[in-house]
Design a protein around this ligand. Sequence first.
Ligand code: HEM
Length: 209
Amino acid sequence: MGLMIFIIEHLYGNLLLFSDSQAYNLYTYNLEQMGWLLYIAEAGLALFFIYHAYLGISIYLNRKKARPKGYIKYKSQGGPSHQTISAKTMIFTGIIILIFLFLHLNTFKFGNPNMIPVPGHPGQQMQDMKSLVVNTFQSPLYTFFYAFVMILLGFHLGHGFWSAFTSLSMKHKKFSSFIYTVGAIFAVLMAVGFLFIPLFIYFTGGTTL
Ligand code: HEM
């Protein structure tokens, strides 16, 4: 749940690239101004990610142990079982997203943006994160790798959303389908939102931002 809230907040923050010319930089600057509160939030987020990856990998390994040869023909039981392609590829999409995250943090979180003056605050400086993002997505390799990962993110979230409510939804067939539909809408919105950013910048050169 914490990770889903982060994803929504992160998409909102990144869509500020399309707002006022300095809105994006001011957003990251204001986050930095939170000081130790930001460090606590980041530590919490890191723990959420680590625990989430640990759970996912353990579930996968336990399943493998229980059924080492796999199913002869993997067929959904229908209804609340929801054995869709998203469900069957969770470990694959999860590992790719994890690899993406390392690369992503290295590029943006630990990147080296230029410092520029903060509008309305003489003498203060902020990171020019917007230029870093725009310059990064001039590279076709980077852009299309991002686009590919955002599609996988959509699949991962699609099943992950429903999974987060499994104990409730497995018991009630109607509720299960409802949650699955909400999860699918959520996943498509997030994937399309995140996909749009690198592709838009790459194809327009980011000159209109
Ligand atoms: C087009 C897509 C994306 C763009 C342009 C983008 C951009 C950024 C930028 C600029 C930062 C650094 C912000 C800062 O340090 O203040 C950042 C941090 C981060 N991003 Fe993304 N991001 C994207 C997608 C994603 C996705 C899909 C995920 C997760 C699956 C993600 C996870 C993170 C995390 C965990 C951080 C570190 C947050 C923190 O420590 O405060 N990002 N991103």
